[in-house]
Design a protein around this ligand. Structure first.
Ligand code: ACO
Length: 397
């Protein structure tokens, strides 16, 4: 590795250090790598994957080669999860909601009332891992079990926090339909179950995003699937990643009507605020997931008024970005229309991020399996920009 001496080697240590330095050998200079630093790891290739392909320039997303739009139209989440895990398209593949282990219910009972459902889901996965003790390397069976258990656990937490009884899973339903049934205690509307299933398909995988990267880092240490998914949930919790759809709802609520959008958006950008549901690290074109979910949302009853406002506000936001940020291509991202679908199926906004996590669990676990087969510890370097080597002052003399 080519190295350079840091500029820090010329800075002056304080008087106390000078006294100590008299007795100690001269400190070595800081040695810097001349490798390029990429803030946010943007543009850095950190893995090889056969799972998903994100084509940011052309607004294309493929799962194992299949375009996302076709998967939403022709597939179910059960089939898509199986495709991500195994690479095979199996017509008969199905995922059904699983029974929640008693110890997970007990742990969730102990959570304080103000617990965010994202924290509850992370806790549930952690307790599941403690009892199941999934071993390294992660397997497709572990993935199937985790993905089928998580919606039941989240629904149970939502019931408990309202003081309601936990609803046992109906294993005749799909995972999405079962989730709705366990949230409400009622048979799900088939159209709502299909819309949520489409959302699960769209959210299942997206290359080396922050949470998937977190998952792969943890698995690369030969840690287990539950630990990796807990870490991924933590990464997804941040508003810049998975927290956006709930904020899209409050943003549209604040804007109120399309006529107010122009002023609101200009003021928000002038303050340096981020407009939720827009912009993406990779896409420089319209996010294909947003296009797929917009279609799903357009087919949902009772969403017409909300969508009408959302579409008009979107037009205004895109026009203003084009005018104020001509050097950046900022388009609508998946979260904008995810907000419509999640709201349309009746979820409260604080369940949006953990519901995204339920969908992404298929992708996380597929990446966990793939990373384990590569079996290479992920360990990047950092450029040191701190003090030069200096002696510890001898306070005791
Ligand atoms: N609102 C306002 N300005 C924006 C937005 C936005 N939504 N997105 C990007 N910009 C601006 C930035 O301020 C920056 O402008 P500047 O260079 O004049 O300072 C420029 O566009 C480049 O943006 P970056 O932040 O460098 O882009 P980055 O790739 O780091 O960020 C991100 C992508 C975090 C998604 C960003 O677009 C954002 O915060 N969006 C809003 C939150 C959101 O919708 N998140 C969901 C993303 S999809 C997902 O995670 C599933």
């Amino acid at each position: 590795m080519t190295t350079t001496k840091s500029d820090h080697s010329s800075s002056q240590p304080g008087p106390a250090a000078e006294t100590a330095a008299a007795a100690a050998p001269a400190p070595l200079p800081i040695i810097q790598s001349d490798k390029p630093y990429s803030p946010g790891l943007a543009g850095v290739i950190a893995a090889e994957t056969a799972i998903g392909y994100v084509d940011g320039l052309n607004g294309r997303l493929l799962y194992r080669g299949y375009p996302i739009g076709q998967l939403v139209e022709k597939g179910t989440y059960g089939q898509v999860a199986e495709l991500l895990w195994t690479g095979e398209w199996r017509k008969s593949a199905r995922l059904v909601p699983a029974v929640i282990p008693e110890n997970v219910l007990c742990a969730m009972h102990e959570l304080p009332d103000h617990t965010h459902p994202m924290d509850a889901l992370r806790t549930a996965v952690s307790v599941w891992g403690a009892w199941r003790r999934p071993h390294w390397p992660p397997t497709v069976d572990q993935a199937r079990e985790l993905v089928a258990f998580a919606p039941s656990a989240l629904a149970a937490f939502h019931r408990m926090r309202q003081g309601l009884d936990v609803v046992p899973p109906n294993q005749k339903l799909s995972l999405a339909g079962g989730f709705l049934q366990q949230l409400t205690g009622k048979d799900p509307d088939p159209a709502a179950a299909r819309a949520l299933d489409a959302y699960f398909v769209v959210g299942a995988e997206h290359g080396l995003n922050a949470s998937t990267f977190t998952c792969r880092v943890i698995i690369s240490t030969r840690s287990d699937l539950a630990s990796a998914v807990c870490g991924a949930i933590g990464a997804l919790k941040g508003p810049l990643h998975g927290g956006a759809p709930a904020e899209v709802v409050s943003q549209l609520h604040e804007i109120g009507s399309p006529e107010r959008a122009e002023k609101w958006v200009r003021e928000a950008i002038a303050r340096g605020d981020k407009i939720m549901g827009f912009g993406h690290r990779v896409y420089r074109a319209y996010d294909p997931r947003a296009a797929a979910l917009r279609k799903v949302a357009e087919g949902m009853a009772d969403m017409a008024d909300w969508l009408d406002t959302a579409v008009k506000v979107e037009d205004v936001v895109l026009r203003i970005f084009g005018e104020l940020k001509p050097d950046h291509v900022i388009k609508t991202n998946v979260e904008y229309y995810a907000a419509a679908v999640l709201q349309g199926v009746g979820l409260p906004p604080d369940l949006f991020p953990p519901t995204f996590a339920l969908a992404r669990m298929a992708g996380w676990s597929a990446h966990a399996i793939e990373q384990a087969s590569a079996d290479k510890l992920i360990r990047p370097d950092a450029r040191y920009v701190g003090s030069p080597e200096t002696s510890v002052p001898d306070f005791n003399r």
